[in-house]
Design a protein around this ligand. Structure first.
Ligand code: HEM
Length: 272
């Protein structure tokens, strides 16, 4: 009896290990955006992650430092996270959750197993198929300055190499303040990984996806970046931006290391 139990435990541990290793990205096209990604859909967590990179450059032209990605999850999750470096620490992370029919999405970073804070390096443009409905939430985005980050690089610097991608979720605990992209939250209770062969993730249609060829069905607009989905990281960083005060309807989130400070209350607050 005991040995049967032991065998079952060993088998199930073995099976889990095999499943984790066996998950790898395949090519698929998103039927809403028409964007074709290399990615993976988790059949248990109902999370889809896809990435597509610009064509690999040749000769002396440097490779682009950007990608387009999508993260889709059940709308019922408190929050969902994506790690393009495959780890929690020293990786480029993203968090996403719904709030009042909007998608609250932004980049994060941490050096350990502690609350990841908003991260200011990436330049993010939300693409128009970003949406939330009664069943699903989807962040679809262009990420510039995103193939290297503090402590790591996509494919360890080889854009046709291998990358472990991770996704996490808190399936029923909401974040502390869902209206705030910089909100704190508690640890994920779901986590999984897949392997991405970056050599299959480059597309000659990339410029169409980001709307630079003029024929794109999905022209990104800068307003969406600052208003609906994401705080205006670049404004806040470079301008010590206004974050509050009488009549202020703009972004209210200050980049890591600064706080929204009442400079001339109640009329004007600034990230300092
Ligand atoms: C308050 C927030 C968070 C806390 C306290 C936390 C804590 C932890 C802990 C303790 C582990 C190790 C668990 C284990 O090995 O079983 C872990 C793993 C992990 N976390 Fe988090 N986490 C948080 C947020 C996030 C976010 C936002 C992401 C991604 C967007 C993330 C991605 C990961 C990944 C990919 C792993 C597994 C790989 C690794 O160990 O590096 N975590 N986290």
């Amino acid at each position: 009896m005991f040995s049967h139990l032991l065998t079952t435990i060993i088998l199930s541990i073995g099976f889990r290990a095999v499943t984790v290793v066996a998950q790898s990205a395949t090519a698929y096209c998103d039927s809403t955006s028409g964007i074709c990604y290399a990615g993976y859909t988790d059949p248990t967590l109902n999370i889809t992650v896809g990435l597509v990179l610009p064509p690999l450059s040749t000769g002396t032209t440097p490779n682009a430092t950007e990608f387009v990605a999508e993260l889709i999850a059940p709308a019922s999750y408190g929050w969902t996270g994506l790690s393009v470096g495959g780890t929690m620490a020293d990786s480029l992370l993203f968090t996403m959750w719904p709030y009042n029919g909007e998608v609250i999405f932004g980049p994060r970073w941490t050096s350990g197993y502690v609350q990841p804070l908003p991260y200011s390096g990436p330049i993010i443009t939300m693409l128009p198929d970003t949406m939330v409905n009664s069943t699903h939430i989807k962040a679809s985005f262009r990420c510039q300055n995103c193939t290297t980050w503090n402590g790591g690089a996509l494919g360890s610097g080889d854009l046709s190499g291998f990358q472990l991608i991770a996704y996490v979720a808190s399936d029923d605990t909401p974040v502390d303040d869902p209206s705030n992209v910089a909100s704190n939250f508690t640890e994920h209770d779901q986590m999984n990984f897949f392997g991405l062969d970056l050599s299959i993730s480059h597309s000659t249609n990339y410029s169409t996806y980001i709307g630079t060829t003029g024929t794109s069905p999905s022209e990104p607009t800068q307003t969406e970046v600052c208003g609906l989905y994401l705080a205006c990281w670049s404004n806040i960083l470079t301008n010590y931006g206004q974050c509050g005060g009488t009549g202020w309807t703009g972004p209210t989130v200050c980049v890591t290391g600064t706080d929204c400070t009442e400079v001339s209350p109640p009329y004007y607050s600034q990230c300092l």
